[in-house]
Design a protein around this ligand. Structure first.
Ligand SMILES: Cc1cc2nc3c(=O)[nH]c(=O)nc-3n(C[C@H](O)[C@H](O)[C@H](O)COP(=O)(O)OP(=O)(O)OC[C@H]3O[C@@H](n4cnc5c(N)ncnc54)[C@H](O)[C@@H]3O)c2cc1C
Length: 370
């Protein structure tokens, strides 16, 4: 594609910011907006698997992530006391803090010349075939060759353009997350399981000095936790874990703002992920449970592949068709594996060996081309 095309990216999260950068790199005129007033400065950690690092590498962003986070190559399973039960090599990944990832992705997009605007959303949108006419929330009227809806799992643009039938549903599990100083034992993806196998705590390095921990809680319905009691409720839930890694980390958790609680709300929109010139990207198209630590990775791959398709195809509609063709089956495999792992954890008698086997098998799958 030769002449300059104008794109609106709605959402500057992991997928949107990567898309803004990747599309700017191929010469598109990029406008990226987000309802948030600023780049998040707080948040838990994130695991960038080998395929995610590969995708970031193709756009030159793997190095800054490795500089900020910590590379790892091991997947370890422990009991609740911290005794190591199993250690498997894992393909090289990187753990890092989410605000750092946001800073790197948004910074790259901005430095490359993308216009990044905060406290902004879409008020109205009409696809005229050759252009999409958009009214922004500040009243401006603009026309774009492409609109990328990267507005997350609860995407308003998806509801508007694709209908509400693809709205998220609850997967029966939620995550508690908190940050802590990193003990040397947390040198990879670490799981700690209670004696009955029904409670799982995970730990992942996010830098040389820091790590983050998560605890998975099963429930039939969405749980609503009082925001001001999150730290107390977390302590109660982890009483059965005597592993020093967990006890030492918990000792640092003294206030509710240190803890986040989030239900696993999932969706997978059937291909194609575009209607006319509006494309869903990242969680807006596919929000998996986090067991494969791949939602962000899939969003990054979506963005990189989108830029490749636009660069290779003669028109935007051709590129959007090619994008869904390249992405859907791969993303579905990851969503299915993640959900299966989530279900295994909800079994009356969970089998950690079976879960580990599926996790490692899906790691291998992820090594295939994106
Ligand atoms: C507990 C948990 C752990 C996870 N761990 C990992 C992991 O280790 N590795 C991994 O790869 N993935 C992980 N994920 C998944 C990952 O967080 C998501 O897949 C990823 O954030 C999706 O990126 P996104 O850009 O599509 O959406 P989001 O990150 O949700 O970004 C959407 C953006 O759109 C903005 N927005 C929303 N609505 C509008 C609007 N109407 N107009 C303008 N802007 C809007 C929001 O403010 C936000 O900035 C995890 C998820 C959970 C819940």
């Amino acid at each position: 594609m030769t002449n300059t095309k104008r794109v609106l990216v709605v959402g500057s999260g992991i997928g949107g910011a990567t898309a803004a950068y990747a599309l700017r790199r191929i010469g598109m005129d990029v406008h990226c907006i987000d309802t948030k007033p600023e780049t998040p400065a707080a948040g838990a950690g994130i695991c960038l698997l080998h395929n995610t690092m590969r995708a970031l590498g193709t756009i030159g962003l793997a190095e800054p992530c490795l500089d900020s986070g910590l590379a790892f190559q091991v997947f370890k399973q422990h009991d609740a006391t911290g005794k190591l039960l199993m250690s498997n090599p894992a393909p090289p990944g990187c753990g890092m803090r989410r605000p750092e990832l946001a800073r790197i992705l948004e910074g790259a997009a901005q430095s490359a010349g993308a216009l990044m605007e905060k406290s902004m959303t879409v008020s109205d949108l009409v696809d005229r075939g050759e252009k999409v006419e958009v009214t922004l929330s500040d009243g401006r009227e603009e026309a774009y060759d492409l609109v990328v809806a990267a507005d997350g799992a609860y995407s308003r643009l998806r509801d508007r353009v694709f209908g509400k039938e693809h709205a998220v549903r609850f997967a029966g599990q939620s995550a508690w997350r908190f940050n802590a100083p990193r003990p040397s034992e947390v040198d990879g993806f670490c799981l700690y399981r209670s004696a009955d196998g029904k409670r799982t705590v995970g730990a992942l390095p996010t830098s040389k000095e820091t790590c983050y921990l998560f605890f998975l809680e099963n429930s039939v319905e969405h749980l609503h936790m009082p925001d001001d009691q999150l730290h107390v409720l977390l302590h109660e839930r982890l009483e059965a874990f005597s592993a020093p890694v967990i006890r030492d980390a918990l000792a640092q958790v003294t206030g509710p703002a240190q803890v986040t609680f989030r239900p696993f709300d999932i969706t997978l929109v059937p291909a194609p992920w575009h209607r006319g010139r509006v494309l869903l990207l990242g969680d807006a198209a596919h929000s998996p449970t986090p067991q494969m630590t791949s939602g962000g990775g899939m969003a990054i791959e979506d963005a990189v592949v989108l830029a490749e398709c636009i660069a290779a195809q003669p028109t935007i509609p051709d590129a959007l068709q090619a994008h869904s063709k390249r992405r859907f089956d791969r993303v579905k495999t990851v969503c299915d594996a993640s959900l299966q792992l989530c279900r295994y954890e909800q079994d009356p008698v969970p089998d950690p060996q079976r879960s580990a086997a599926l996790l490692l098998q899906t790691y291998q799958f992820l090594g295939q081309p994106m």
